[in-house]
Structures are given as structure tokens and as C-alpha cells.
Design a protein around this ligand. Structure first.
Ligand code: NAP
Length: 288
């Protein structure tokens, strides 16, 4: 068994949240502006309700004003678009978060495209994704950016490494692959149609699991000494806590570093949202 480093997202996120709190206070001191985040929540997805509540709590602790704009499942795309347009104009709001997923029938693409690029704290608007492709986005999707920050805080090199990302969603897998590429990794993206997945995972120096299938990656699928970033968050009946996409014990026995679930990638997502929000407020209120 190798000596594995646990990439502690809870501890790292706490440090980032303190840094955000001091930036929020400094901005207030300099300009009188209170940093503000607005969440748009539509439908009754219980996980979304919980995530928004967690984000609001984290905002309060960092001195960020937060508000939630709630729509029921019968809401129309135009209702939500009108709300986003108002928030774009609202000088007290610097970051806008449209909680994913939106109910069926809502044009999520149109709503995300309507968020002002200057307030895209969630980093998944059209302009932000385009900037990421170019290589230098002001706001990057929170979960992938949180994973990169975690690697950086643990001084784990990315350049020249072979990174294998499993999953290609717009909020997670694709931006993660681009971030790694922008940091000079050699990147392979796997997805549900990939054949012989283990042939790819066994080549990974850095493995990112962003699938949503409990414990599908096992230690025998890893290269010894690899770094494992597990973004998966899966509820399994009969288990007392959520589990990742990686089977923790077998993967930790082979990896050199690994994120636990919970306490790995999840806390970094919220910390990154706060970082993006204060960054947006600073950009909208530049020093003279
Ligand atoms: P998603 O939109 O459902 O995407 C899942 C991806 O996994 C898809 O690209 C899919 O491929 C791929 N996939 C499915 N089965 C596969 C298989 N057998 N082999 C290889 N690839 C497979 O999910 P998501 O929103 O990206 O979320 C992924 C996971 O991250 C979930 O567990 C979610 O709860 C978690 N998550 C965590 C955080 C956090 O803060 N920690 C934030 C967001 C999401 P296709 O494209 O071919 O369908």
C-alpha cells in the first residue's frame, strides 16, 4: 500500500472562504459596496433546494448578501428570463447563479445565455465557456475550478501529465478537460460510449471522475501513484453517507493522492462560487 495524501476539500475550502471574507470586507471598506449573489431556483428538486441553502449559508459567513428567486415547476422560460434580466441590471447583485437542473420544458440554454458575462459567478454562461476555450476565462465553472485549486494548494503538478476525465457534461467534464489542457496536461475525455474504459483510466496520472455512478472506478483500474479527483456525489440506499464515483478504499490503496467523498470536491465547489462572486464585485467596482 502506498502512502496516500488525502486532498482535504473541507480544510482547503475553509481557508478560501476566509480569504473571500477578507476580500469582501476590503471591498466594502474601499467602496461601501456589499458583495451580492442572487440564486435562481426553479422547480422542487430537493438536492437543488439543499445546495442553494448551503450556498446561502456560506455567503452569510463570508459577509456576502444573498437572495433566492424561487419559481415553481409551472414557471415559463420567459418568467425566469425576466428575472435574470432584472438581476443583470441590479447594482446590488454582482453574481448570478442559476441552479441546475431547471425543470423540463424550461430553455436552460437561453437562460444561461442571458446571464451577464460580468456576473456569471457560476461560470457556465456562453461567454464564460467561450473564454475558457480561448484559455483565459474570468469565471470558470465552480466544480472544475475547485478541483484545479485543490491540486494547486497541494502543489500537485499538472503540466505534462496525462489527465483522464470521465464525463463530458457542460458544467463539469468539459470545462475540467479544458482547464487541464490550458494548464498543459495531455487530456483524454471518456464518456458513456467509451469502450474499454479501464484501458484509459490505467494511463492516467490525474484521474477525474465526473459521472454520477457510485463506486464505478475501482483500484484495479488505476495506475499506481495517480492522483484521483472524485466529483461524484451519489446517494445509495442503505449507506449512511453519499459515495463518490470511485471506490474509495481500493483507489486510495493505489493512488498517491485522492479526494474523499464527502469532504473533497464538494466543499471546493461552494468556496469557488464565493471566490467568483467577490471577483465579480471587485471587477464591477475597480480601484480608481
Ligand atoms: P451528467 O450531466 O449526468 O454527466 C455524466 C457524464 O458521465 C456524461 O458525460 C456521461 O456520458 C458520462 N457517463 C455516464 N455513464 C458512463 C460510463 N459508464 N462510463 C463513462 N462515462 C459515463 O452529470 P454531471 O452533472 O456532470 O455530474 C457528474 C457527477 O458529479 C454526479 O455524481 C454529480 O452529483 C456530481 N457533481 C458534484 C458536484 C460537486 O460539487 N461535488 C457538482 C456537480 C456535480 P455521455 O455524455 O455519453 O452521456
Amino acid at each position: 500500500m502506498t502512502d496516500v495524501t488525502i486532498l482535504d476539500g473541507t480544510k482547503t475550502a475553509k481557508a478560501i472562504r476566509l480569504e473571500v471574507a477578507s476580500r469582501v470586507a476590503a471591498l466594502k471598506e474601499r467602496t461601501g459596496v456589499t458583495t451580492g449573489l442572487a440564486a435562481v431556483l426553479a422547480g422542487d428538486n430537493p438536492a437543488s433546494v439543499t445546495y442553494v441553502a448551503m450556498k446561502r449559508k456560506a455567503c452569510a459567513a463570508a459577509g456576502i448578501h444573498s437572495e433566492v428567486h424561487i419559481f415553481d415547476s409551472a414557471a415559463k422560460t420567459d418568467d425566469i428570463l425576466a428575472c435574470v434580466t432584472d438581476l443583470n441590471e441590479n447594482p446590488n447583485i454582482h453574481g448570478i447563479l442559476v441552479q441546475h437542473p431547471l425543470p423540463k420544458g424550461i430553455d436552460e440554454h437561453a437562460i444561461l445565455a442571458a446571464v451577464s458575462p460580468d456576473k456569471d459567478a457560476d461560470g457556465i454562461g456562453r461567454a464564460s465557456l467561450g473564454e475558457l476555450v480561448k484559455g483565459d476565462a474570468p469565471f470558470v465553472a465552480c466544480t472544475p475550478q475547485g478541483m484545479i485549486t485543490l491540486l494547486d494548494r497541494y502543489n500537485i503538478d499538472i503540466r505534462g501529465k496525462h489527465a483522464v476525465v470521465i464525463g463530458r457534461s457542460v458544467i463539469l467534464g468539459k470545462p475540467m478537460a479544458l482547464l487541464l489542457l490550458n494548464r498543459d496536461a495531455t487530456v483524454t475525455i471518456c464518456h458513456s460510449k467509451t469502450q474499454n474504459l479501464a484501458d484509459f483510466t490505467r494511463q492516467a496520472d490525474i484521474l477525474v471522475a465526473a459521472v454520477g455512478k457510485p463506486e464505478m472506478i475501482t483500484g484495479d483500474m488505476l495506475k499506481p501513484g495517480c492522483v484521483v479527483l472524485d466529483a461524484g456525489y451519489n446517494r445509495v440506499e442503505g449507506r449512511s453517507s453519499d459515495v463518490g464515483d470511485c471506490h474509495y478504499e481500493s483507489c486510495a490503496a493505489v493512488a498517491s493522492a485522492i479526494t474523499p467523498v464527502p469532504g473533497g470536491v464538494g466543499p471546493m465547489t461552494i468556496a469557488t462560487l464565493l471566490e467568483n462572486t467577490v471577483k465579480a464585485a471587485e471587477r464591477l467596482n475597480p480601484a480608481e
